[in-house]
Design a protein around this ligand. Structure first.
Ligand SMILES: [Zn+2]
Length: 405
C-alpha cells in the first residue's frame, strides 16, 4: 500500500461492480497513442446516448481519433468538467508478467486492477462513466461535463480541439478536475513539457573533402552543447520551486540520429530534446535561446550550400500548471476527496490547457504515477473506490455550493 491508501479509511475499500466493470472494459480496448481510439470512444458514446446524454465527438484529420465531450444537465449554469485522456503509452520492451490488455484483478498483495492504462487513466474514466445514471437521476443544479481526449501522451493534441469545441458551443464551465493519477490527493501544479526536434540539413561529401561539405552531425553537436549549457544555467542560477522532485526547470537531449558511413560527411542530423519548465518560466524563451544560437551557425553553412540550415519543429506542448491556494477547483477537490492535503506532480497533464482556457483547474485521480507507463501497471481497487466517492461527492449540496460559486 502506498502512503495515500493507508491513511484515513475510505467509506468503502472496493469500487462498485459497475465502476470496476467499466474500468476493465476500457483497459481491454487497445488505445495506444499510435492507434485509433474510436472503439473506446464509441463504447462510451453508445452508453451515454442510451441514457439520453447529449454529446459531441470531434475528430482528428485522419478521422481515426476523436474527443468525446458530453454534458449532463445541458443548459444548466456553471459546470464541472471531468477530464481524462483515452490514449495510453505502449508497452514495447517492457517485461510484463501479465497481459497488458487483460484487465486482470488480483487480490494480493492488495486488491488491484492490472493493465495498460489502469492507472493512467482508464480507472478514472471508468469510475466517471459508471456514475452517469446516478448523476442524471440527481438532477443537479449545475452541469457536469465529460471531456475525454485523444493523443495526450504524445503532446496533448486532442485536448486543444476539445477546448476549442467547448468555446464554439458557448459553454462556460467554471471548474475542471483532471483525473490523472495523484493517489486521490489534489495536485496544485506541475511543470510544462515542451518537446522539439531540430533538423540539421548539411551537404554531403567524401570525408577527405571536408571544406566542400557541411557536416550536419557537427552542427547538431553545437546545438546540443547549447541545450546542455542552458540546462546547466537553469540548474545553477535558474528559479527554484520547493515541492518538486527536481526543483528547477530542466532541459534534456534524448535522441540523436545522423550519419551513414565512416567516410561520408553527413548530410542530415536530427535531435530530439525537451524542456520541463517551472510555472512562471517561459518555455518559448528557452527555445529562443537555442534557435537564436542556431541562427548564428547558418551563414557559414549557407556559404557552402545555400540549401543547408537548421530548422526546429515543436512536437509537444503541455503548458505548465499552477493553481492558486484558494481557487474554486481546489476547494471542490478537497471536499470531494475528503482531504486537505495537496501535492505537486512531476508529469505534464492537460490541466494547463484548461487553466489557460479560463477554468479553475485541479489534478486529482486514482492510482500512482509510479505505476503509470510501467510494466504491470495497476490501480489499487481502494483507489478506484476513493475515485468513485469523489465523483459521487458532486451529489452533495456542499458541492453544488462550490460549483455554483
Ligand atoms: Zn496520463
Amino acid at each position: 500500500m502506498n502512503a495515500a491508501s493507508s491513511r484515513a479509511a475510505a467509506p468503502s475499500a472496493a469500487p462498485s461492480e459497475p465502476a470496476l466493470a467499466w474500468a476493465q472494459r476500457l483497459v481491454r480496448i487497445d488505445t495506444r497513442s499510435q492507434r485509433s481510439n474510436l472503439p473506446l470512444i464509441e463504447t462510451i458514446a453508445d452508453h451515454l446516448r442510451a441514457l439520453g446524454v447529449p454529446l459531441r465527438l470531434t475528430y482528428d484529420e485522419t478521422r481515426q481519433k476523436a474527443n468525446l465531450f458530453a454534458t449532463l444537465g445541458a443548459g444548466k449554469p456553471a459546470g464541472v468538467v471531468l477530464s481524462g485522456h483515452t490514449d495510453t503509452v505502449p508497452w514495447d520492451g517492457q517485461e510484463w508478467t501479465l497481459e497488458p490488455l487483460a484487465a486482470e484483478v488480483r487480490r494480493t498483495p492488495e486488491p488491484r486492477l492490472y493493465g495498460r492504462g489502469s492507472a493512467d487513466m482508464k480507472g478514472f474514466i471508468g469510475c466517471v462513466v459508471a456514475q452517469t445514471e446516478r448523476l442524471l437521476a440527481a438532477d443537479l443544479p449545475f452541469a457536469v461535463h465529460y471531456a475525454f481526449s485523444y493523443d495526450e501522451e504524445v503532446g496533448g493534441f486532442g485536448a486543444r480541439g476539445l477546448i476549442a469545441d467547448l468555446r464554439d458551443a458557448g459553454l462556460t464551465p467554471r471548474i475542471c478536475l483532471v483525473g490523472e493519477p495523484t493517489g486521490m490527493i489534489p495536485a496544485l501544479g506541475h511543470k510544462g513539457v515542451y518537446r522539439w526536434r531540430c533538423h540539421v540539413r548539411g551537404h554531403a561529401a567524401h570525408s577527405s573533402r571536408t571544406p566542400f561539405a557541411v557536416n550536419a552531425v557537427e552542427h547538431a553537436a553545437r546545438v546540443i552543447a547549447r541545450i546542455a549549457d542552458l540546462a546547466d544555467e537553469l540548474r545553477e542560477r535558474g528559479p527554484r520551486r520547493a515541492g518538486y522532485d527536481v526543483p528547477w526547470s530542466t532541459a534534456a537531449v534524448c535522441v540523436v540520429e545522423g550519419g551513414v558511413a565512416d567516410n561520408i560527411v553527413p548530410e542530415a542530423c536530427r535531435v530530439h530534446y525537451e524542456f520541463r519548465n517551472l510555472p512562471g518560466i517561459d518555455a518559448d524563451a528557452l527555445q529562443s535561446q537555442v534557435s537564436d544560437y542556431a541562427a548564428t551557425l547558418e551563414p557559414a553553412m549557407k556559404a557552402i550550400d545555400a540549401t543547408s540550415g537548421i530548422r526546429f519543429e515543436r512536437t509537444a506542448a503541455m503548458p505548465e500548471f499552477e493553481a492558486k491556494p484558494d481557487e474554486p477547483a481546489l476547494r471542490l477537490a478537497e471536499r470531494l476527496a475528503a482531504t486537505s492535503e495537496t501535492t505537486l506532480v512531476g508529469f505534464g497533464t492537460e490541466a494547463g490547457l484548461f487553466q489557460r482556457a479560463g477554468l479553475s483547474t485541479i489534478v486529482c485521480g486514482p492510482g500512482s504515477i509510479a505505476q503509470a507507463h510501467q510494466a504491470d501497471e495497476f490501480v489499487a481497487l481502494e483507489q478506484l473506490a476513493r475515485c468513485e466517492n469523489f465523483v459521487r461527492g458532486l451529489l452533495a449540496p456542499e458541492a453544488a455550493a462550490l460549483a455554483l460559486l
